[in-house]
Design a protein around this ligand. Structure first.
Ligand SMILES: *Cc1c(COP(=O)(O)O)cnc(C)c1O
Length: 428
């Protein structure tokens, strides 16, 4: 796309945008009485205006049906999670029974590692990207210790080459091959939260399988952001949260994917609970765990219906868009526009005042740019906030800006860049 550094260009792009009306479905926070420039959907997605009604409907069911709500009403709670599986399956590229919704993300990562990380004296190593989201690092470290191993001997982190900012796929594959004999699990994010790099899930999976290991993915920053084909890519498992790109509210429900080829593997460990029991026999309350066939078989506890209702409001919006490819196309265009404008600032200043560490290739990033401020970083971030640009800060000097195609506009991006540029003079 031929971008231009003018407000008129941004406005014209917005007028042509086929998704432009979706912005009206969300509450946009205000700054001095005007819409804030919210570029933080990678941390907490905005609230759909419909969310309150979805929540109210279930409060009403609770009020009028009470316990009968599990079996009655237009959407009985017992099967409520199933009404979400078509939408979720489309977003992550899975069969309906390969996905489920339950718990929160790190909890699910633990539960899935119980199944997919079963180290022995020969195979015990875990390969991860260096600088993974801390919660994932802690989860892995504690799982490793739980099995009686020392994380130092077990966890292999892959870092970028010297003077490079992101990982090369070839280096990831090579590391997997190098440790093949002792490798139990490759656990990667889909998109790294810090750099915004979108990893080659399929290539990583193939390499892990060739090494005789499982491949699992934390898709917190990928689900609802980039097109995914988990079934086709043959990933063993994945989990994600729904409160980032999927707008289901703070601490919203998490989702899981388990490839169907594992459904009948009875040698696989599970931390079981009654909600994972096969639905037709759950209420016989018989001894002996007999899991549901599918990702639902990994459920543990009673469905949190109010959280699911919030998620359902969001899924209805994704369903209406229908084609995640359309969101992707706009996300690529918005992110590219932000990149173009930042490069313009650098050109004007005659130096790289803002260094983008997210890959320049749109195919290997989502709707996010991580920007190193080479001077006055903290003050620039503060200036942005004071001027209604909401991004997020990562130590020591990174600002992440995330233009989300469902509710951000080219005008948002233009204005954000203008404030970035103004900040340089204001905070001198
Ligand atoms: C956001 C995020 C989390 C957060 O996990 P919670 O259990 O929802 O607090 C974990 N991992 C990654 C990679 C994330 O991006």
């Amino acid at each position: 796309m031929d971008y231009q550094n003018t407000l008129a260009f941004a406005v014209a792009q917005d007028e042509q945008d086929v998704l432009k009306d979706f912005r009206n479905r969300f509450f946009i926070p205000k700054h001095n009485g005007e819409d804030a420039i919210y570029l933080c959907g990678n941390s907490l997605g905005l609230q759909p205006k419909s969310s309150a009604q979805y929540l109210a409907d279930q409060m009403k069911n609770w009020e009028s049906l009470a316990v009968e709500g599990w079996f009655q009403g237009d959407d009985p709670w017992l099967e409520y999670h199933k009404s979400l599986s078509t939408s979720i399956a489309r977003i992550v590229g899975a069969n309906k029974n390969e996905v489920s919704v339950m718990n929160s993300l790190t909890v699910n990562l633990h539960l899935l590692m119980v199944s997919f990380y079963k180290p022995n004296s020969k195979r015990f190593k875990v390969i991860m990207e260096g600088g993974a989201f801390p919660s994932d690092q802690y989860a892995v470290e504690s799982q490793v210790k739980f099995h009686g191993f020392d994380p130092k001997d077990v966890v292999i982190e892959i870092f970028p080459r010297e003077r490079e900012l992101t990982l090369r796929t070839e280096d990831i594959l090579k590391t997997i091959e190098t440790h093949a004999d002792e490798l139990a699990l490759v656990l990667f994010s889909g998109i790294n939260y810090y750099t915004g790099q979108f990893f080659d899930i399929q290539a990583i999976t193939i390499a892990a399988h060739q090494a005789g290991a499982y491949a699992g993915f934390d898709l917190a920053h990928a689900a609802g952001n980039v097109p995914l084909h988990l079934h086709e890519w043959d990933a063993d498992f994945a989990c994600w949260c729904s409160y980032k790109y999927m707008n289901s509210g703070p601490g919203g429900i998490s989702g899981i994917f388990v490839h169907e080829k594992h459904f009948t593997d009875s040698a696989m460990n599970r931390f079981a609970g009654w909600w994972g029991y096969r639905a037709d026999k759950r209420f016989l309350m018989a001894p002996g765990f007999d899991p549901a066939l599918g990702a639902d078989g990994w459920q543990v506890s009673t469905s949190p219906i109010l959280l699911l209702a919030l998620f359902k409001a969001s899924m209805a919006i994704f369903d209406e868009v229908g084609n995640i490819g359309m969101l992707r196309e706009k996300g690529v265009a918005l992110t590219g526009y932000l990149e173009f404008l930042i490069n313009e600032i650098n050109k004007t200043k005659g130096e790289e005042v803002f260094r983008i560490i997210t890959p320049a290739n749109p195919a290997i990033r989502g709707s996010q740019l991580s920007i190193v401020c080479t001077q006055n970083a903290k003050a620039i971030f503060k200036y942005l906030a004071e001027n209604g640009v909401i991004g997020d800060w990562r130590e020591p000097d990174v600002i992440r800006l995330s233009p989300v195609p469902l509710y951000n506009s080219f005008k948002d991006v233009y204005k954000a860049a203008k404030h970035l540029s103004d900040a340089l003079d204001a905070v001198k």
